[in-house]
Write a protein that binds this ligand. Sequence first.
Ligand SMILES: Cc1cc2nc3c(=O)[nH]c(=O)nc-3n(C[C@H](O)[C@H](O)[C@H](O)COP(=O)(O)OP(=O)(O)OC[C@H]3O[C@@H](n4cnc5c(N)ncnc54)[C@H](O)[C@@H]3O)c2cc1C
Length: 576
Amino acid sequence: MRNATLVNGVPEYDLIICGGGIAGLGLAHQLALRGDDISVLVLDLLSRPLPPGAFKVGESTIETGAYYYHGILGLYDYLEAEQLEKNGLRYFYGGGHGDFAAREEYGVRRFLPAKSYQLDRGTLENHLRDLVEADGCDLREGIRVKDIEIGTPHEVTFTDAAGTLHRARSRWVVDAMGRRRYLAHKLKLDRDWRGPCSSAWWRVKGKVSVNDFVPKSNARWHARIEDDRWQSTTHMMGKGYWVWLIPVAPDNTSVGIVSSEAIHPINTYGLNYEQALEWLRTHEPVVAQALEGHELMDFLKLKRYSHTATQLFSTDRWACTGVSGAFADPYYSVGSNMIGFANGFICRMLEMDRAGTLNQEYVDHANRYLLTLNDFLTDTIQRGYPNHHIGPIMALKTIWDYYIGWTTTDPQFYHELYLDPTLSKIMSGVISRIVVTQARMMTLFEDWGRRTDTTGYTFEFIDYIEHLPTLKDLHVRNLPPKTDDFRMILDNTREAVDRIEELAHIIFFLAVRDLMPEQMARLESAGWINTEAIGLDPDRWERDGLFAPKTARRDFARHRGEIEGLFTLRPASAGV
Ligand SMILES: Cc1cc2nc3c(=O)[nH]c(=O)nc-3n(C[C@H](O)[C@H](O)[C@H](O)COP(=O)(O)OP(=O)(O)OC[C@H]3O[C@@H](n4cnc5c(N)ncnc54)[C@H](O)[C@@H]3O)c2cc1C
């Protein structure tokens, strides 16, 4: 990378990145790996060594976010050696009372086909800072950014550790200062969105493992998972909340309570550690007990954590990445995914700018793409909170969300289609076939949970890879390495959309059979329906066109058997 030039005594860079957290450092390293011959200044408040073990929240990655680190940032060897491989997301439903072993479990038996990791953020960011320096970026630590003046060039004002004021100028400026959201506030990019969920989290020394929640004598429970459950991001699910347990290498544990403010306001658990423990004793007593004797490393909280914006990128050559822009609900650990998308767009915009081809249309595409994804994720996730205790509904919702995420969004990231507005538009055209169905399904899950706390179905364990061969097949065929065979990705997406339409039938039929079995004959005799009219009010079915399918009938008996076979009928439930 190049050095800055001095213009009238002020250093001038191609790019200034304000904030050297995971988003800012990731961007700097990504640009270097691309071989971009530009000058980059990275400014951050904190100096090395960043503390290991309990630095920042955001330890858990899923497949696409992990791919950003190991595939795009080239950190595979580092992650394998220094961080912990993650054994997927794992959910225990039903609330925290009763026999832990009897809680319905949704997870994986073995590590997933695509790698993911549990990250100690302090260790990772120390490593990234070393890399960014070795790349030739000008990395300054102990620096407080005071102001970003947008212009041509932009001017950033900052103070060093001694309080001395400095200025630097740049063609591009990126806000990566996390929750400070400097540009969002200054440029009034905030969109009115009172995030309905809050969280308190902390780290403790030592392992707090779900393996210890069930006696070893219950060999069946232990044997049903082959790779270590401890390496999962474990969610204890109860009405309106989830509690996470995340292992952090070498053997610390991150714990968090996340809740819907309407059901568990943060003032019932977020005041301090003692209050959080008291809350756990009431709602998740097994976790509270397991924490006893572990030394507390930190305790943090955030009320109404999610946010969104009107804009993240501009033809005026500024951008926001990471939390400084938009922040989706962390339930599916998507933080690093969003950083990967944002940084991909920023790299492409810098490249276009150098070539003189950056235009409003492209920037509009990038803004629309990422903000739609952010808002979609948050809405989809947060509407589920009231049902978190109901295993079968949440398992079906999670299966649904995985079908959507793994087959429509993730391939666009792996194969970089999102960066190309034309390809992205063609993909959107295919995916648009299930947009209304998606909205209907979210309402269906909400309504189902509103009508019952215990469905007529139950399950012991669902492995979302081994027990779901259709999903696994759709997922695996889209994984990296990156391909330029757009036709193949498109064909995969078309097939995924067909399977998703079938899944809508299957889940709808299960819900109707559970709540109003007397209506099943109407559905069975129709066989194939208009999934855009799915809903739990039978009086509306005719009017909404449920029995006028928009697609040709398909035989989905095998697919139906696969999903229905995950559940058994709850003995006490009559009529299902
Ligand atoms: C409850 C909760 C759970 C989460 N769980 C996950 C998860 O499981 N997985 C996941 O991927 N993400 C998760 N996240 C999100 C995660 O925190 C973010 O993905 C990640 O931290 C974003 O990194 P960032 O670089 O944008 O911000 P940060 O990591 O906050 O970095 C911002 C940087 O800017 C610097 N800075 C701030 N102000 C200034 C200033 N004035 N001058 C100079 N520097 C400054 C800071 O020192 C910091 O280094 C979670 C978030 C919450 C709230």
